[in-house]
Design a protein around this ligand. Structure first.
Ligand code: MRU
Length: 364
């Protein structure tokens, strides 16, 4: 792995405008191989999201927006009604690839709104507007992650021990990550954080992706198995926990990678603040509580055989493999957004965050 370009030099997701392709790093191959995929068809893009070749809520949103643009360009209809019928079909198809991360439907709905807004214009103009919207979604993602990092950095001090779960890093976004943003920004300021990355069973996003990108960036990162987080907390090595999220409900309940709620429960027991890093694109104010969040169920093989040379469970064994869990709002010390840090009670503070977002939009 020593002679490769750093993983941080690659774009997690990008559009090749000339070839009309979605270009991603195949995250299922990391850290052993850096393979770049060039996706053109709806099936290829759907599969890439479903198979987690591109993953992490914000990156899924950006990939879906560019994907919808690429596919819209190929529609070849001569009037708006025919164009929009096919556009809607493709949008719904992409939206069915994964259910939990709200960024997927959020990004597709933004693209849809642009399509409808420009309905009286020639299709060429609609496509241009869609391209600009997809680019805006990606640019906003970068700015949002940076802002989250700046707010998160106010919650910690140089030399602190930080723990994170899954990958809410650059590989899950367009740059900086959400939960990793304070780590990268802290490094620029010489903060010397000691970071613990949970390996994150069953798909090992912590080991394969978070440990990889932080280590490649020269941060002090220690990889631990998921069942070790209580030990490092008990040892006094963790001052704060930062994780990402896939969907936050209006009451602050937060869905994130399976195992996150165990980390939050342990952090609470040891009086360590547990923070959710949440772009507003991951907050779903239409959902009252976490119990309303649809949790993706994944194939049993991810638990029984994936990553092993030989199957590691009895043939025929029943397997429960939810990809996400919901952390109760009462375990969350703060929800860090690009518009500030929401504190309990979240049913009020999240509304204030969206009011601030609306004020900002009105000023621009
Ligand atoms: O199944 P994944 O790998 O897409 O799950 C990713 C996570 O749970 C991340 O923590 C979340 O999407 C936030 S990414 C900034």
């Amino acid at each position: 792995m020593s002679n490769i370009k750093s993983i941080m030099d690659y774009d997690t997701v990008r559009l090749d405008e000339e070839k009309n392709e979605l270009v991603i790093i195949d995250q299922t191959k990391l850290p052993c191989e850096i393979e770049i995929l060039h996706l053109k068809t709806a099936k290829e893009i759907w599969d890439a999201i479903y198979l987690l070749q591109v993953r992490g809520a914000p990156a899924i949103g950006v990939a879906a927006a560019y994907g919808l643009y690429i596919l819209a360009k190929n529609i070849g209809a001569s009037n708006y009604d025919d164009f929009y019928k096919e556009f809607s079909r493709i949008k719904d198809y992409l939206n069915s690839s994964r259910p939990t991360a709200v960024n997927l439907s959020w990004a597709l709905e933004r693209m849809n709104a642009v399509c409808v807004e420009h309905k009286s214009e020639p299709i060429k103009k609609i496509l241009e507007a869609l391209l600009q919207e997809a680019k805006r979604i990606q640019e906003e993602d970068i700015a949002t992650c940076r802002k989250i990092g700046e707010y998160a950095l106010t919650l910690v001090k140089p030399g602190d021990g930080l723990l994170t779960h899954c990958n809410a890093g650059q590989l899950a976004t367009s740059k900086f990550g959400t939960a990793t943003a304070p780590m990268y920004l802290g490094k620029e300021k010489g903060y010397n954080f000691h970071i613990f990355a949970d390996e994150t069973r069953p798909l090992l996003q912590g080991a394969r992706l978070t440990a990889f990108e932080l280590y490649s960036s020269g941060l002090d990162v220690t990889l631990i198995c998921d069942n070790m987080s209580a030990s490092v907390m008990k040892n006094g090595w963790v001052n704060a926990v930062f994780t990402g999220c896939d969907r936050v409900a209006a009451n602050g309940d937060a869905a994130n990678k399976i195992g996150t709620s165990v980390v939050a429960i342990c952090a609470n027991y040891y009086h360590i603040p547990f923070y959710i890093c949440a772009p507003t694109s991951s907050i779903d104010m239409s959902i009252a509580a976490g119990s309303d969040i649809k949790i993706e169920q994944r194939p049993a093989e991810e638990v029984t055989e994936m990553w092993y040379k030989k199957r590691m469970a009895p043939e025929g064994i029943k397997v429960f493999n939810p990809a996400f869990d919901v952390t109760d709002n009462k375990l969350i010390a703060g929800i860090i957004t690009e518009y500030g840090i929401a504190r309990p009670p979240y049913s009020k503070s999240l509304k204030d965050i969206f009011a601030e977002k609306a004020r900002n939009a009105a000023v621009r």
